[in-house]
Ligand binder design. Structure first.
Ligand SMILES: Cc1cc2nc3c(=O)[nH]c(=O)nc-3n(C[C@H](O)[C@H](O)[C@H](O)COP(=O)(O)OP(=O)(O)OC[C@H]3O[C@@H](n4cnc5c(N)ncnc54)[C@H](O)[C@@H]3O)c2cc1C
Ligand SMILES: NC(=O)c1ccc[n+]([C@@H]2O[C@H](COP(=O)([O-])OP(=O)(O)OC[C@H]3O[C@@H](n4cnc5c(N)ncnc54)[C@H](OP(=O)(O)O)[C@@H]3O)[C@@H](O)[C@H]2O)c1
Length: 454
């Protein structure tokens, strides 16, 4: 081992990247961590995913701020690895690289009409209302009567709820101003959430489902036939997990509720799969096929299409069927699962053996599921694998890991890079603007404004 501090690059300043970084910075011997992000702002989906009406969850960023205060921390924002700086270049300058760059794309449904104007991935819609600079000018048309959200996960519930909020519910949030304007002018009357399986198989969690029943200007609607379990679910109910049983209870309670005079509805539908999105130049309707459930050999419950179809008129389809990880050139990638293949966080090459000095954590390691806290255990596992390799003398040997060489790399390949201090200025500015109106922050959303000096 040399006397100099070991230098590690972590790619992605979301929860997984921060948790791994925090663990490395607390370790012996001394480690310096350069945290890279393609955005000038840190926190990943905590800033650009978590729903703005859930400020307590966004407050986890305080944990990340404490990590950023630790000696040895440095952030290079506005640097995309694979575009501005390559994997090979990182390997020349670091003892190890941890990839924590999340899942940046959406899963496709593979049906006709998927790309008609008015059919959007929830990934883009979420990024739009959260003021992500690549999406803030998405400009979705909410001058419509009905939106259909495909999928039964927490993201589906988030996007449906955001469309159902009253102006007074949106006002105290950090939803981008551009989005508040469009939400408040919305003429939406009905938001349908369509799951391909039944209420017992839904992926959303109890608090999120319960929130739909407490909206100020929207009733939650479940038709009695949708609340009634199919025979497979009925047989599985007694052995189901407590939260899954509770989801069924809540859906059945919703089915008992009478419609009030609230102007909007959020309608929960089940056993429906999308077949085709249709319209003349833009979305006008979605054709769904009715499913029945079947037990697979491995015990899982799968949806099987029947002959019965249903056409739902709508002006917007939000496809909320999951996020998808993307490859970075030179880094191992499992094309099928869209993750970096790994063993305990050590990236595995095509030969199935660990690639020296390359690690992964978070959604690009596990796939796009799990809450913020899941990434803590995941980040620590990966950082521990790296530390074990360091102590065993198995870390990678870079060509030149001096501070000066790293600075030259950035100056040569991404002179527009910004450091953490730049974010601290943005953060202070956003919070200051928010203070005046009782909001946590008013977000700066365009690339130009994010990169401008304050
Ligand atoms: C819409 C939505 C709402 C959610 N709400 C909640 C919630 O309320 N509560 C909860 O506990 N969990 C929630 N989650 C889950 C939680 O956000 C994730 O578990 C977590 O963010 C995953 O962390 P990550 O670090 O792996 O990825 P991310 O948070 O996606 O961070 C990845 C980072 O990598 C950067 N990056 C990407 N590519 C590159 C590259 N090539 N070079 C450099 N940087 C790159 C990105 O800009 C990003 O900052 C939500 C998820 C979504 C999608
Ligand atoms: N408040 C929170 O804590 C919060 C908020 C948002 C997100 N998150 C977390 O973030 C992660 C990602 O959430 P997510 O909602 O994107 O993913 P998810 O939980 O995996 O849900 C995806 C949904 O899409 C459905 N689906 C997949 N392919 C489909 C297809 N071709 N046609 C129809 N439906 C299809 C799935 O149905 P099947 O089950 O039938 O496959 C499932 O209902 C989750 O772990 C979630 O809990 C948490």
């Amino acid at each position: 081992m040399t006397n100099r501090a070991h230098r590690i690059a972590v790619v992605g300043a979301g929860p997984a990247g921060f948790y791994a970084t925090g663990h490395l910075l607390d370790a012996e011997p001394e480690i310096e961590v350069d945290l890279y992000d393609r955005l000038p702002t840190p926190w990943g989906l905590v800033r650009h995913g978590v729903a703005p009406d859930h400020p307590k969850i966004k407050a986890v960023s305080r944990v990340f701020e404490k990590i950023a205060d630790k000696p040895g921390f440095r952030m290079f924002g506005n640097v995309e690895i694979g575009r501005d700086v390559s994997h090979a270049q990182l390997m020349e300058h670091y003892d190890g690289v941890i990839y924590a760059y999340g899942a940046q794309a959406d899963r496709r449904m593979g049906i006709p009409g998927e790309d008609l104007p008015g059919s959007l991935p929830a990934t883009a819609f979420v990024a739009w209302y959260n003021g992500h600079p690549d999406f803030y000018n998405l400009d979705p048309n909410l001058q419509i009567e009905r939106a259909v959200v495909i999928g039964n996960g927490n993201v589906a519930v988030d996007v449906a709820r955001m469309m159902a909020l009253a102006p007074e519910e949106l006002a105290p949030t950090d939803t981008g101003d551009h989005a508040i304007e469009i939400f408040n002018a919305s003429t939406l009357q009905d938001i349908v959430i369509a799951g391909r399986r039944g209420p017992l198989q839904a992926a959303y969690t109890n608090p999120e489902l319960l929130e739909l029943g407490e909206l100020q200007i929207a009733d939650v609607i479940v038709r009695p036939e949708d609340a009634k379990l199919d025979p497979i679910s009925q047989a599985a109910l007694a052995d189901a997990s407590q939260p899954d049983q509770r989801n069924v209870e809540v859906v059945q309670e919703y089915a008992q509720r009478a419609r009030t005079d609230k102007p909007r509805t959020v309608t929960l539908r089940y056993l429906l799969s999308p077949l085709e999105i249709r319209g003349d130049g833009r979305v006008e309707e979605i054709v769904m096929v009715k499913n029945r459930l079947e037990l697979s050999d491995d015990g899982s419950v799968r949806a099987v299409a029947t002959d019965e179809t249903e056409t739902i008129p709508c002006g917007l389809v939000l496809r909320s069927v999951g996020y998808r990880g993307l490859p970075v050139e030179g880094v191992p990638f499992d094309e099928k699962r869209c993750v970096i293949p790994h063993a305990d966080g050590r990236a595995l090459g095509a030969d199935g053996k660990p690639v020296t000095g390359v690690y992964c954590t978070g959604w690009i390691k596990r796939g796009p599921s799990g809450v913020i806290g899941t990434n803590k255990k995941c980040g620590v596992e990966t950082a521990d694998a790296l530390l074990e390799d360091l102590h065993a003398g198995r870390l990678h040997t870079p060509t030149d890991a001096s501070l000066v060489a790293v600075e030259r790399l950035i100056a040569d390949h991404r002179p527009e890079a910004v450091e953490y201090a730049h974010w601290v200025d943005i953060d202070a500015h956003e919070r200051e603007r928010g203070d005046a109106t009782g909001r946590p922050r008013i977000k700066i959303c365009s690339w130009e404004d994010l990169l401008a000096k304050r």
